[in-house]
Each structure stands twice: as C-alpha cells, then as structure tokens.
Design a protein around this ligand. Structure first.
Ligand SMILES: Nc1ncnc2c1ncn2[C@@H]1O[C@H](COP(=O)(O)OP(=O)(O)O)[C@@H](O)[C@H]1O
Ligand SMILES: [Mg+2]
Length: 239
C-alpha cells in the first residue's frame, strides 16, 4: 500500500437520510461513517432496498441528507449550495448505472461527448476526446454506431467511456455489471479496476454479483441503514 491510498477521497460522518413524513416516514440511512481512499476500488454490498443507491446519491450530492457531513476530496460537499454541488459533481465525478442510460438518438461518440458539452467544451474537441476514450475501452470500430446496434457489453463500455471522459477523480458505479453476462461483467470490472489503481482516483461499486468481488480492495456491508463491517479483500500478492 502506498501513502496515497490513505488520502480520503470521500469522508462521510453520521449520515442520516429519511424519506417521507409522519406515519409514512422511513429512515434509510441511520448514521453512516465511511472513508473511501484514493487509489482504491471499494465494493458496497447489502440487501436490496437497504439504501445502497441512496448512499451513492448522498455521496454525489444529488440528494440532501438530514444529518451528518460528506467531504469529497477535502471539499465539504454537503455544506455547499446546490448550484456549487452540481458544478463540483460535473468536474470531479463520473457515474455508471445498471441500465446504461445512453441517449438512443446519439452515436456512441456523441453519447461519450455529452459530459464535455455540458462543461462547455467545444463540439469538435469534445468529439475528439470522446473518440480517444472509446478507443481506450476497445470500441474504436464502433464510434458512429447508435446504441441499438451495440451489444449490452458494448453499450456498457460506451457508458464507461462517457463516465471517464471528464477524467473524474471519483467514479460511482451502481450495479454496473447487473445487466451483463459473466465475461462482459469481468471485462467491465477490469476497466474499473484499472481506474481505481491510479493513485489520484477512486472507484465505488455497488454490486450483488459475487463473481466480481475479487476486483475490490475493500468491501463495505450496508445493512439496516448502517455499515456493519468493512473488510479488506485478500488477493495474490497483496497479503
Ligand atoms: N425518492 C424516494 N422516496 C421515497 N423512498 C425512497 C426514495 N428512494 C429510495 N427510497 C426507499 O429507500 C429504501 C432504500 O432504497 P435504495 O437506496 O434504492 O436501496 P438499494 O439500492 O440498497 O436497493 C427503499 O425502501 C426505497 O423504497
Ligand atoms: Mg440500488
């Protein structure tokens, strides 16, 4: 382990999040403390409906929390006003979801360029960088295809290229392999693993899929609104 892995990319303290009011109120996150370090891939597991997606949305600053604090890369995200949070998210975070969420009318390259266009990068430069990223995920020969002409694994690789094109320091993935078969899921995880190895970035992956657990550095378990345990994942050469 290098010193860099000790730098917290995410520092969450005492997060409480409830939905609804009165009799129908449910408290989904009941006091979450969690550090995620640069240079690691953290797996987040736990029962369905347990609050994993809610926690990711809180870390991303998409969702307001009731109590607690979240710092991302040393910035007190949960204390920022919404517009600053949005800008910070666009500059520092990338997202990959279970359903690839590609825009059906745009080509692969155009889909990947979208986050850059939102950041006001010019169209030609955005497409150039999108093509570089598509090459890197092995889709150099699919740049101008529409999503419907791509396989599930290829669509998810487009989604990964889109998430990485901003060079985000924090990559947030919600069940990224759930819609893929085993071999495609493994390929996606190899890509995410590579991002997580870089010393100034980190990756958080929510998953149910035990076939990909070995790609993680640590695994956190979210049960009944709390992180019940965090374990380091042993692999060859890491003991
Ligand atoms: N916007 C919302 N409004 C009300 N309840 C919600 C909302 N989002 C999530 N929930 C509830 O919070 C709980 C946790 O959901 P979620 O974070 O999606 O769980 P997981 O991702 O672990 O399956 C569920 O009971 C869900 O119904
Ligand atoms: Mg979920």
């Amino acid at each position: 382990m290098t010193d860099n892995t000790q730098l917290a990319a995410v520092r969450a303290r005492g997060i409480v999040k409830s939905f609804g009011t009165g009799d129908t109120q449910i408290t989904v996150l009941k006091g979450i403390d969690l550090d995620i370090y640069l240079g690691e891939l953290l797996l987040l597991v736990g029962e369905s409906g347990g609050g994993k997606t809610t926690l990711l949305s809180a870390i991303a600053g998409i969702l307001d929390i009731n109590e607690g604090s979240i710092d991302v890369l040393g910035v007190p995200l949960s204390a920022l006003p919404a517009n600053k949070r949005t800008r910070f998210r666009g500059q520092t975070m990338g997202f990959i979801y279970q359903q690839f969420n590609l825009l059906p009318a745009l080509t692969a390259a155009e889909n990947v360029a979208v986050p850059l266009l939102i950041q006001k990068v010019g169209r030609a430069e955005a497409l150039r960088r999108a093509r570089v990223m598509l090459n890197r995920v092995g889709l150099g020969d699919r740049m101008d295809f529409l999503p419907k002409s791509l396989s599930g694994g290829q669509q998810q690789r487009v989604a990964i290229a889109r998430a990485l094109v901003n060079e985000p320091r924090l990559l947030i993935c919600d069940e990224p392999t759930a819609a893929l078969d085993g071999p495609n899921g493994q390929k996606i995880m190899e890509l995410l693993r590579e991002v997580g190895r870089s010393s100034d970035r980190c990756v958080i992956v929510v998953t149910h899929d035990s076939r990909i657990f070995h790609f993680g550095d640590r695994m956190a378990n979210l049960t009944d609104g709390r992180i019940t345990n965090i374990e380091r994942i042993q692999r060859e050469g890491s003991a």
